[in-house]
Design a protein around this ligand. Structure first.
Ligand code: GLU
Length: 287
């Protein structure tokens, strides 16, 4: 299969230096391998996504010298695809509706116990209050969760290959770890028709992504993605979780970090694309 990478931003704010690094690295790796670089707009959260941010993402990335095949995959247009994947998991008996809000979950989780993780890559580990509810009772007020205990038994557990330097090597999924330290993740958020983990797995497969290049803050989420790939019968790409770009105080850049927005560097500071490459520690692109 053609070596294929992607950059998958959510249009909820301006791209900053961290995004520039991720996008340029993914494109550089594809170019070096004679492969393809794709773009995907992750806008299932319609309450936070804006078309104007999507346009600015295109402008910033073009300015950085990147190009990609059209049409760009846009998650908000693909809800039927995610519903089909959810139906597959439901047919396996692995899903249930959940009406708990944050306060219910905190109350049910009780006081923290030593050695028992409270938070995983999908947020607070769900205490299981709604686990016995049936999908036939699912309503608009519910989220849909994956029953992790059943899920790890339903698929042959896979390993995945990581090439990012912080975690390089083969990683085997561990059922006990998935149950205790990840728990019953959300597959569909209230009113959204999907959620990040389900969409990203379906999309990476539909775009034939062979190498997922993204920040190492998502390394822990990868075990969820590989599990979902196994359950849905999708291929597992190679993962490359790269270092994070930090501010002068060593803090990771956030979406609201407008001071490091690419648009600011190029419009107000007169920076050139090669200056951005130098700032994030990437070699200059071959002409
Ligand atoms: N949309 C995610 C973000 O902006 C990236 C997801 C991914 O690369 O898997 O953080």
């Amino acid at each position: 299969m053609t070596f294929t990478t992607r950059f998958a931003p959510s249009p909820t704010g301006p791209l900053h230096l961290g995004h520039a690094y991720s996008a340029l690295l993914a494109a550089d790796m594809a170019r070096a391998a004679g492969g393809r670089f794709l773009l995907r707009i992750e806008d299932i959260d319609t309450s936070r996504s804006r078309a104007s941010w999507t346009q600015q993402i295109y402008d910033d990335l073009h300015w950085l010298g990147l190009s990609w095949p059209e049409p760009v995959m846009q998650q908000s247009l693909r809800l039927p695809r995610y519903s089909a994947a959810l139906a597959q998991l439901t047919a396996l008996g692995l899903t249930y509706p959940c009406r708990c809000n944050r306060r219910d979950i905190e109350a049910a989780a009780g006081a923290p116990q030593e050695g028992v993780p409270q938070f995983g890559p999908d947020g607070r580990i769900y205490p299981g209050t709604c686990r016995d509810r049936n999908m036939a009772d699912a309503g608009p007020q519910d989220v849909i969760r994956l029953n992790m205990e059943k899920a790890v038994k339903a698929a042959p557990l896979r390993h995945f290959e990581e090439t990012g330097e912080a975690h390089a090597g083969q990683h085997m999924l561990e059922p006990d770890q998935l149950i205790a330290a990840v728990g019953d993740i959300i597959l569909v958020r209230r009113g959204m028709g999907s959620a990040y983990h389900l969409s990203v797995v379906v999309d990476d497969s539909d775009q034939n992504i062979t190498h997922v290049v993204r920040g190492k803050d998502l390394f822990e989420a990868t075990q969820i993605h590989v599990l979902l790939q196994a359950l849905l019968g999708l291929p597992t790409p190679i993962y490359h979780h790269h270092r994070l770009i930090r501010d002068d105080q060593g803090k990771r850049l956030a979406k609201r970090d407008d001071a490091r927005a690419i648009a600011k560097y190029r419009r107000e500071d007169g920076a050139r694309p090669q200056d951005i490459r130098a700032m994030v520690g990437l070699p200059q692109a071959p002409l």
